[in-house]
Design a protein around this ligand. Structure first.
Ligand SMILES: [Zn+2]
Length: 409
């Protein structure tokens, strides 16, 4: 695959979806020593395929480089853990999983999700490319293999067992070779098994101008229609879909083998396909209009920050998510606007955000310094964070959010 061909259908990519300039890898947090070294920046430009409408980044770095020492640990967000527990209960009941079932999760992270199945004595296996994260999963007793998932790894695993439930949450966007990945799902899935995959919904990204969810680690951005096409290419049918609130609006798709007729195609599948077509997701115009909306959004954010600083307000950040790094680097926001940010994850504390070099501290720092404004970078977790930080009201502090709209609360 050359950088200019579609990672799904191979067509030549000639249409720009949005150009976010040059940006460092968004999970490359810097140590104090690294602050005085050169820092690699790469173009952050999303293109859209005029044949299959997969929105995608041009590739600049190998996945091994990006993911070998990934600092993201799922277990640090309670909102996410609640979501996972509810999902495990629902899916166990809906598909009748029991002690004879096998649940496999691709990109299983620190075992945050599989733990809920393991507690029900269901056999679980995690597949996770980042060794440090896989170690954390094993430490909590979740069997985990360190590898990238695809045809080859699926064939090896399927010599021992098949999956009754095959899960992939927030992994599809990270997959460098989509066809190889989905082909692997087909291989590992039992004849009557079910696949569930969650990923941020491209329709929401476009409608709500969530440009900060675009970063180098996210190679692809999916509509339901495009996803249906990828799965169909590999003998898998999507028989149901749910719209869920995670990550600013995600889809949870349900797949099965084409040959397994035990799950009929639901009304939701037909309804969402229709809605995506009506919204224009199969036409280039919708994608080409996005870039200007992003530039307008940048101007609005900067105007608000300038107004705040010109009236003497102090601003701290909250969180150090990948999406925050896209936003800060694209808008050119550094410590000239945001004094520091805080994060619950101790692996990030003491480090600096890539590009913007904003220091990351422990959450107590907010109580100590009493900033006028707390800029919530992971806006998808705003309820959890606003509750946890509600004490900023003691000094009339306000929260700043950029999505679903720019607002001071
Ligand atoms: Zn394509």
């Amino acid at each position: 695959m050359t950088p200019s061909s579609c990672r799904l259908c191979g067509a030549e990519l000639t249409h720009v979806f949005v150009d976010l300039g040059m940006s460092p890898l968004s999970n490359s947090y810097l140590t104090p020593e690294q602050l005085v070294k050169m820092e690699p920046f790469y173009p952050l430009r999303a293109l859209v395929c005029d044949r299959c409408f997969l929105a995608q980044l041009e590739a600049y770095e190998t996945p091994e480089h990006i993911f070998s020492d990934y600092a993201y640990f799922s277990s640090y967000s309670t909102t996410w853990l609640d979501h996972c527990q509810a999902y495990s209960e629902m899916v166990t009941k809906r598909f009748g999983l029991d002690q004879n079932s096998t649940v496999v999760e691709v990109a299983s992270n620190d075992g945050y999700l599989l733990q809920y199945f393991a507690r029900r004595d269901i056999r679980v296996l995690g597949i996770e490319p980042a060794a440090n994260v896989a170690d954390a999963a094993r430490a909590r007793g979740i069997a985990t293999r360190v590898e990238f998932f695809g045809r080859e790894s699926a064939r090896r695993l399927s010599e021992d067992f098949g999956a009754d439930l095959l899960i992939g949450n927030n992994v599809l966007a990270h997959v460098p070779d989509l066809n190889d990945f989905v082909a692997g799902l087909n291989i590992l899935l039992k004849p009557r098994g079910v696949i569930t995959i969650e990923f941020p919904h491209l329709l929401r990204l476009i409608e709500e101008t969530q440009f900060d969810t675009i970063y180098h680690e996210h190679f692809s951005y999916f509509s339901f229609l495009t996803t249906q096409r990828v799965f169909a290419n590999h003998g898998l049918t999507l028989f149901d879909v749910e719209e869920i609130p995670t990550h600013g609006g995600s889809l949870r798709i349900y797949g099965r083998h084409v040959t397994d007729e035990s799950h009929p195609i639901s009304e939701h599948v037909l309804e969402l396909s229709r809605r995506e077509r009506d919204a224009g997701l199969q036409e280039l115009e919708l994608y080409s209009a996005f870039g200007e909306r992003v530039r307008q959004s940048k101007r609005d954010i900067l105007r608000l920050l300038l107004d705040l600083k010109n009236t003497g307000k102090s601003i701290s950040g909250y969180g150090a998510p990948a999406k925050g790094n896209t936003l800060l680097n694209y808008c050119g926001i550094g410590t000239d606007f945001v004094d520091y940010t805080v994060d619950l994850n101790p692996h990030k504390q003491g480090c600096y955000l890539p590009g913007s070099h904003i220091p990351i501290r422990a959450p107590d720092e907010i109580r100590r310094t009493e900033p006028d404004v707390v800029f919530i970078l992971p806006w998808n977790l705003k309820h959890e964070i606003m509750q946890q930080m509600s004490f900023i009201r003691e000094w009339d502090g306000k929260f700043l959010l950029v999505s679903p709209e720019l607002q001071l609360l």
